[in-house]
Design a protein around this ligand. Structure first.
Ligand SMILES: NC(=O)c1ccc[n+]([C@@H]2O[C@H](COP(=O)([O-])OP(=O)(O)OC[C@H]3O[C@@H](n4cnc5c(N)ncnc54)[C@H](O)[C@@H]3O)[C@@H](O)[C@H]2O)c1
Length: 404
């Protein structure tokens, strides 16, 4: 049987997670046929980890796209500001693509990719991995079954723990010009999930943010290993090395490079460390969503009040409670998931992508348009924050004509 040939553009943390999940589930079915990264070390580590001594390697994605005609599926996961540059020519090849979230770092880039997508025959699976988790699928099903009626108010909260937060201050993620902002980079997942839960379009938004915690501090830095407070600071990699276990299934740690111990306060970055948005959806449903970097642990929670009941969920604990009026005890749904990152979503996303390569009628659960809508919603929230205004969500008319 012919193997499925897969190419990787970027050999960083995310594509390595995909490669691990591919080998774990489809080791006898897939062939890693090319990898591209501008960083030779990243390529070397990729080759070593996956035993790919003879894999063709590229430092320019254009060469990979030109030479590798037999690729059946492509993984694109460079930093956000490069998504447009790489995705637009890749789409011309018409092959299935797993494009990491967010779609791109600006509205203009998103729309350029959207036009290229519309002209192409590629099926795009967005890396909106939380859609593939048993946790969020359970919430979608409760809502679809009408168990809590129409949503009146949805409160969602994302707190990012010290390890994952530090990635925002020690890598390209600390710069708005590379990420497109905290809300886009960290929470396009949440905005996408909220869009799906509501099932109607967002109508108006207001937002507030601050970045006044991770600012220069005297008496610490520039690197943990030589810092005066290395034994007490929450963000000290010296402390972490002793105290945390870096397990493959704990996605919080997959991004940690212990050698990168820049001071989270004193290193240069311009990203917000918290943001709150109020979003009014069509029909009057109200959403209040918060994100905070620098919390005690990484956790997403959701609390949805409907006309007939209430759902309270904690993604970290994998627990969902369904409340009804006059019933003393809520119904508890304890969710089991596979051992893979993002609450089991990483392995399901990969299965789904491979299914899509084998089945031409496949429709991705995290579609291109889902990626587009969640990114554009993040940009409007950021604009409302910057202008201090309540803004109408006006992008939706422009994207209706784009193919599914
Ligand atoms: N779905 C998710 O939950 C999830 C999780 C993590 C990251 N991501 C997304 O995946 C993408 C990558 O994140 P990451 O954590 O792997 O970052 P990373 O920094 O670990 O890896 C990025 C890699 O891209 C490489 N690169 C830079 N320019 C390149 C170019 N021109 N051509 C090829 N490679 C290039 C870098 O050298 C680096 O190896 C981002 O868009 C991020 O938002 C998604």
């Amino acid at each position: 049987m012919k193997k499925i040939n897969l190419g990787f553009i970027a050999a960083g943390a995310r594509n390595r997670v995909h490669a691990r999940n591919l080998l774990r589930q489809f080791g006898d079915k897939v062939n890693f046929s090319a990898v591209c990264d501008i960083n030779e070390k990243a390529i070397l580590e990729f080759k070593e980890e996956f035993g790919l001594e003879n894999i063709p390697v590229y430092t320019d994605y254009r060469e990979l796209l030109k030479e590798q005609k037999d690729i059946d599926g492509l993984f694109i996961a460079p930093p956000n500001h490069l998504h447009e540059e790489i995705a637009v020519p890749a789409l011309q090849h018409g092959i299935p693509i797993l494009l990491e979230k967010p779609l791109a770092h600006t509205t203009e880039s998103c729309m350029n990719i959207a036009r290229a997508y519309d002209r192409s025959s590629s099926r795009v699976t967005m890396g909106l991995v939380l859609r593939y988790t048993p946790f969020y699928r359970t919430i979608f099903n409760i809502l679809k079954d009408g168990k809590i009626g129409r949503i009146k108010v949805l409160n969602a909260n994302e707190v990012v723990g010290p390890v994952l937060s530090s990635v925002f201050f020690r890598t390209w993620r600390g710069k708005e010009e590379y990420t497109g902002g905290l809300l886009l980079e960290k929470c396009c997942h949440d905005l996408d999930l909220i869009n799906e839960m509501l099932g109607v379009n967002p109508h108006r938004v207001a937002a507030f943010a601050s970045g006044n915690n991770f600012i220069p501090r005297q008496g610490c830095g520039p690197r943990c290993r030589e810092c005066a407070v290395k034994k007490t600071c929450t963000f000290s990699t010296v402390l972490w090395e002793k105290n945390i276990e870096c397990g493959e299934d704990n996605n919080e740690y997959e991004y940690v490079d212990f050698k990168n111990d820049m001071c989270v306060y004193n290193d240069k970055h311009n990203i917000m460390d918290r943001q709150s948005q109020l979003i009014e959806y069509e029909g009057g449903s109200l959403v209040y969503f918060n994100v905070t970097l620098g919390g005690t642990d990484t956790r997403r929670t959701v609390d949805i009040t409907g006309t007939e009941g209430r759902i309270v969920g904690d993604f970290k604990e994998n627990r969902i409670f369904l409340y009804r009026a006059f019933k003393e005890n809520p119904e508890e749904m304890k969710i089991e998931h596979e051992k893979s990152g993002h609450g089991g979503g990483d392995s399901v996303l990969i299965r789904s992508f491979i299914d899509g390569i084998e089945n031409p009628n496949y429709v991705p659960e995290a579609s291109f348009k889902d990626g587009l809508k969640s990114a554009l919603l993040a940009f409007i929230c950021d604009q409302a924050r910057d202008e201090g205004k309540i803004l109408p969500v006006s992008f939706l008319e422009g994207i209706d004509s784009i193919r599914d």
